[in-house]
Design a protein around this ligand. Structure first.
Ligand code: ZN
Length: 323
């Protein structure tokens, strides 16, 4: 948590920052009185996001755990019952003891959990472990939901052009979110090499296609990843694949940037990691403020990139953001 707070100081302010994010930040600052603050701000959020919330609904959202992993690690048994799709075994929010043994100096990592799923959500394990029959049930539910959407926008879901759309969209959506079925350890697959190399390594212009979790529309752009090894280097193709894994989940750009940086930090334990992402959000371009040319830039710098301005600037000028 300390690492996040300090790293967020060096992040570029993003136009996409909204009220919710600000709320999260202020919450994490005074974690001492977290419980009451948490309740208050969640309630305010719910009311702000949807004026139609009744008081009863708002009360139930107060008891939900915060979405951000920093805010509330312990699961609430009440919440588990309300979300019937989850079983107690589906979410592992704390690392196992042997993971903690791997890196005693580090705080428990939410990015690489006991089997590398990296902060799974409530349904992640269920999706990962389902059999063919359960897969069919999932697809059928998704198709039904898409059909409902078609009807609700005023379409005839039975006209020829739309007949197969629910099935197509359901499959496309599963593809857009396939990162929930991947895990960092499988991706890295042992490709860490003790090379004694200690110079900066950069992979830039990694194409990213992700989904905004607030609007379920895409945001696309480029990510630049740099790190300075502490002797060990990672197979260079693994960096885009790690980025891809986190991008293929429901995301906000700020968290995606941090997820990638922290995952690399955890896997490789280099001297430092820097991740910069520039992207265009369809939810901004197609609706809302409709600023078609705007780019959102987020960054997360850890380790020596955070502590040494010179190193950070070298990275920024090499990726061409510092022009
Ligand atoms: Zn959005």
């Amino acid at each position: 948590m300390a690492r996040f707070d300090s790293s967020s100081g060096s992040e570029s302010p993003s136009p996409a920052i909204d009220g919710e994010k600000n709320t999260k930040r202020s919450k994490s600052k005074d974690s001492g009185k977290k419980r009451s603050r948490d309740g208050d701000s969640k309630g305010a959020n719910a009311a702000g996001a949807n004026g139609a919330h009744t008081i009863g609904e708002r009360r139930s959202s107060v008891s939900k755990p915060a979405r951000d992993f920093r805010d509330k690690p312990e699961p609430s048994p009440k919440k588990k019952k309300r979300r019937t799709i989850s079983t107690p075994a589906t979410v592992k929010e704390a690392p196992t003891p042997d993971e903690a043994g791997d890196s005693p100096a580090r705080s428990p990592s939410p990015f690489i959990d006991f089997d590398g799923l990296s902060r799974p959500s409530v349904g992640t394990r269920e999706r990962l472990e389902e059999d063919d029959a359960q897969k069919e049930v999932r697809l059928a539910r998704m198709k039904g939901a898409v059909r409902t959407l078609l009807e609700c926008v005023g379409e005839d879901a039975d006209r020829e052009g739309l007949l197969a759309t629910p099935a197509r969209y359901a499959k496309a959506m599963l593809h857009f979110t396939k990162g929930y079925q991947e895990n960092v350890r499988d991706i890295v697959n042992g490709a860490i090499f003790q090379e004694g190399h200690n110079e900066m390594v950069i992979v830039k212009d990694i194409e990213i296609f992700s989904m905004c979790e607030h609007h379920l529309v895409p945001f696309t752009g480029k990510m630049h990843i740099g790190y300075i090894p502490a002797n060990a280097v990672i197979g260079i193709s693994k960096l885009p694949r790690i980025a891809e894994m986190f991008a293929r989940r429901l995301q906000i750009q700020e968290r995606l940037t941090k997820d990638v940086a922290n995952a690399i930090m955890e896997i490789l334990k280099p001297q430092g990691v820097a991740v910069v992402m520039e992207s265009s959000h369809l939810c901004m371009v197609m609706r809302g403020v409709q600023k078609t040319g705007s780019t959102t830039i987020t960054s997360c710098v850890l380790g020596c990139f955070e502590s040494k301005e010179k190193t950070r600037n070298e990275f920024l000028s090499l990726i061409g953001v510092n022009r």
